[in-house]
Ligand binder design. Structure first.
Ligand code: AR6
Length: 197
């Protein structure tokens, strides 16, 4: 079965000419120019979406992550770097690190928003046109999903409204139904852009 057929499509909106949509599915199967990895500061792989991306993309990703860490050290929360995508359909992986949830008063919101913004900045600096995001920090890192969805969508929408870049499409790819619902409602509420469907 084609991976597209397995995706549950919710809504798509247009923000400053950029299509922003929410689907339920497996981000490793996305054919956008880049997919974003919810990594940890070591960039050495892990569980969750990180493990899935390294498994699907193959050793080239880890090799490039090693080079990045040897050049610039561990990647702080809220920052992003780019590697090739190896065997993935996506040509590139943008690795970012979300905050660990510690109750909400430890700059979690700021760091989560920064993870989305910095990933978009890296995509634009590399002239990429399409990018897929997972739900950063809401798995192992424990960020409550409803709040994370709002932060994620607001960060993306405000970045896109600030100016035109190479980016033409942003897709949130959510693995499970509850996370998908949170992002679908979040996008419906937040984006004052024109609705496509
Ligand atoms: N496609 C899309 N989303 C996925 C996939 C997939 N293939 N697999 C899991 N998810 P998590 P975090 C969802 O834990 O909270 C890692 O070990 C998952 O259901 O992957 O940022 C890293 O190395 C959840 O909704 O990331 C770090 O140590 C979301 O992705 C740590 O976990 C994020 O869950 C990062 O934790």
């Amino acid at each position: 079965m084609d991976s597209g057929a397995m995706e549950k499509q919710a809504i798509a909106v247009s923000v400053n000419g950029v299509r922003v949509s929410v689907v339920q599915g497996d981000i490793t199967r996305q054919a956008t120019d880049a997919i974003v990895n919810a990594a940890n500061s070591s960039l050495m792989g892990g569980g969750g979406v990180d493990g899935a991306i390294h498994r699907a993309g193959g050793p080239v990703i880890l090799e490039e992550c090693r080079q990045i860490v040897s050049r610039q050290g561990r990647l702080p929360a809220g920052k992003a770097v780019i590697t090739r995508g190896g065997n993935l359909k996506a040509g590139f992986v943008i690795h970012t690190v979300g905050p660990v949830w510690r109750g909400g008063n430890r700059e979690e919101q700021k760091l989560l928003a920064s993870a989305y913004r910095e990933s978009l900045k890296v995509a634009a600096e590399n002239g990429l046109e399409s990018i897929s995001f997972p739900s950063i920090s809401t798995g192992a890192y424990g960020y409550p999903v409803t709040e994370a969805a709002k932060v994620a969508i607001n960060a993306v929408v405000s970045f896109l409204r600030e100016g035109v870049t190479s980016i033409k499409e942003v897709v949130f790819v959510l693995f499970d139904a509850a996370t998908f619902q949170s992002y679908a409602s979040g996008l419906g509420e937040a984006a004052g852009g024109s609705k496509e469907s």
